[in-house]
Write a protein that binds this ligand. Structure first.
Ligand code: HEC
Length: 212
């Protein structure tokens, strides 16, 4: 039979053991982990952050609707204007010829008589002309030049069939004027094509297009 004193001592010892064990568990991290599993944000869980970043809606970039900062910049947009050469720059290619002034019909005839193609229609010129044709003209006039390009089908009047004798028979200077200034509804290409490329194009129109 245990005495009261013994029983009290035993109880005290048991309590101490329990406390010691508890302290040990806390140092091991066990205690913390078991408690942390019920507390959602107390531990570092990288997958939670990744999930959050994926699911969080992207906030709109703050900008006023009238702010056109990105559009208003000192760059020149296609067909807007000619880029001015910096002072002192020396041209690597000859200047394009000056087109005759006056109403288009008249000036085109004048150009036909006064402008002469300085570029021989050699294979390199035809290859360059073809490249320029496919880039700038084929959308309307069609890859084969028949006036059946995807964009051209929407035009009224339809783009000219460039393989016709009416076009092929024109003086180079006249075609040069048409390409530079455009025609009735056709846009002009003097801002997109260098003078030399226009001559290459004319060589291709006359000797390459529809013949290969
Ligand atoms: C946006 C469509 C479009 C593009 C691109 C285009 N053209 Fe045209 N072109 C036309 C249309 C439409 C006509 C017929 C109506 C007119 O004369 O404007 C025409 C007519 C012509 C004519 C006949 C003009 C005449 O003497 O009556 C020539 C030559 C010509 N284009 C050459 C070209 C060349 C070369 C290119 C590429 C640098 C080109 N076109 C790019 C639409 C286009």
């Amino acid at each position: 039979m245990k005495t009261n004193r013994e029983e009290h001592k035993e109880r005290q010892e048991r309590q101490e053991r329990q406390e010691r064990q508890e302290r040990k568990g806390r140092i091991d991290g066990k205690h913390i982990l078991t408690r942390a599993s019920t507390a959602p944000f107390s531990t570092w869980r990288p997958w939670r952050l990744i999930l959050f970043l994926f699911l969080a809606p992207t906030p709109p970039a703050p900008a006023f609707p009238w702010s056109k900062d990105m559009a208003n910049q000192p760059s020149i947009k296609p067909q807007e204007a000619r880029v001015q050469a910096p002072p002192g720059a020396i041209p690597r290619t000859p200047r394009p010829p000056v087109l005759p002034p006056g109403p288009a019909g008249q000036a085109r005839e004048l150009a036909g008589n006064s402008l002469h193609n300085p570029q021989a229609a050699d294979p390199a010129s035809l290859a360059r002309g073809e490249r320029m044709y496919l880039r700038h003209c084929a959308a309307c006039h069609g890859a084969g030049g028949r006036g059946d390009g995807l964009v051209g089908k929407k035009f009224q009047p339809r783009p000219a069939d460039l393989t016709q004798a009416y076009v092929r028979g024109q003086a180079d200077g006249r075609l040069y004027y048409t390409i530079s200034r455009g025609s009735v509804v056709m846009p002009g290409y003097d801002l997109s094509l260098s003078g030399r490329d226009r001559w290459h194009l004319i060589n291709y129109l006359k000797q390459g297009l529809g013949r290969e």
